[in-house]
Design a protein around this ligand. Structure first.
Ligand code: SF4
Length: 290
């Protein structure tokens, strides 16, 4: 739990606070923007939640925080809120919460589908979440978008017996023994409704997962930028090769989808046609940045 003795002076007075262990992962700011914002290189409480719904969102952020850096002066029924995860987004797609510091607080997702549930990137192996995933039918497949967001993948494999899938070019060390490694640059059909799309650039073996030609789980390849109001790629985090990432974005823009659900950055949804034009604008912008 966050420590009152480490409470940042930048927080406004009152119940909720962020302490000095914050790693600035952005999670609380997109989950409860009416309460949290960024000040310096950490989050803070810029306004105390004003109603019950805002308190609920702030408590959800408290549970999702990878470093337990959010605290409260008052007592809240945190157990009840913890049981809400994974949080529904749309059509069986959920936000897992329980972000893991090992993946710098990246967001992981969970798809409930009759053919078998899919976990995208690894959340913390936290028992309240694990129990909920069991209740929802367990995990058949764990898709890892790239090497940075694997966190507790081995514990999920051990517990659920799930098949872990990632691109071979990111499978270093122990990751080489994952159950399924995809290769090359062409999309790979994992099921009728699931395709792995290699998108080298952020890392050499980055890959997106496309579900039902609607939901694109994009890892750190592409996200929505709240500040720019655009679909966006992180130039400063293109660890492998920016030119290669631009080419990956061009190929990705030819696919149809209506959601972008990233590891870092914000999610967004648009009608397919608008998404296509926003993807095209992103490629154009990327070409201007060197
Ligand atoms: S979720 Fe936690 S670590 Fe991430 S920005 Fe908020 S307080 Fe900091």
């Amino acid at each position: 739990m966050a420590s009152p003795s480490k409470r940042r002076p930048e927080n406004v007075a009152g119940d909720f606070f962020v302490d000095t262990t914050c790693i600035d992962c952005d999670t609380c700011r997109w989950m409860a923007p009416e309460t949290f914002d960024e000040e310096g290189d950490m989050s803070r409480v810029h306004a105390q939640p004003k109603d019950a719904a805002a308190v609920e969102r702030a408590l959800q952020a408290l549970i999702a925080c990878p470093t337990a850096s959010i605290g409260t002066a008052e007592k809240h029924d945190v157990k009840r809120v913890a049981a809400q995860f994974p949080l529904p987004i749309a059509d069986g797609v959920h936000h897992c919460g329980y972000h893991d510091e090992a993946s710098f607080g990246a967001t992981s997702y969970f798809i409930v589908r009759p053919e078998g549930n899919v976990l995208i990137d690894s959340p913390r192996f936290a028992m309240p979440l694990v129990r909920r995933l069991e209740e929802l039918g367990g995990v058949r497949t764990l898709f890892l978008t790239h090497q940075d967001d694997v966190a507790d993948h081995a514990q999920f494999r051990e517990h659920f017996g799930c098949e872990r899938v990632m691109h071979k070019d990111d499978a270093h060390g122990a990751l080489r023994s994952l159950e399924r490694l995809i290769e090359g640059q062409e999309p790979v059909a994992l099921a009728d409704d699931l395709s792995a799309i290699p998108v080298p650039g952020h890392t050499r073996g980055s890959a997106c997962l496309l579900y039902r030609e609607e939901f694109l789980f994009s890892g750190d390849h592409v996200a929505w930028s709240e500040a720019r109001g655009e679909v966006y790629a992180f130039r400063s985090a293109s660890w492998y090769d920016w030119d290669v990432q631009i080419e990956s974005m061009r190929r990705l823009a030819q696919h149809s989808f209506t959601w972008i659900l990233p590891g870092h950055g914000r999610r967004c949804t648009f009608a397919a046609r608008e998404m296509r034009s926003r993807m095209a604008a992103c490629v154009k912008w990327m070409e201007t940045v060197r």
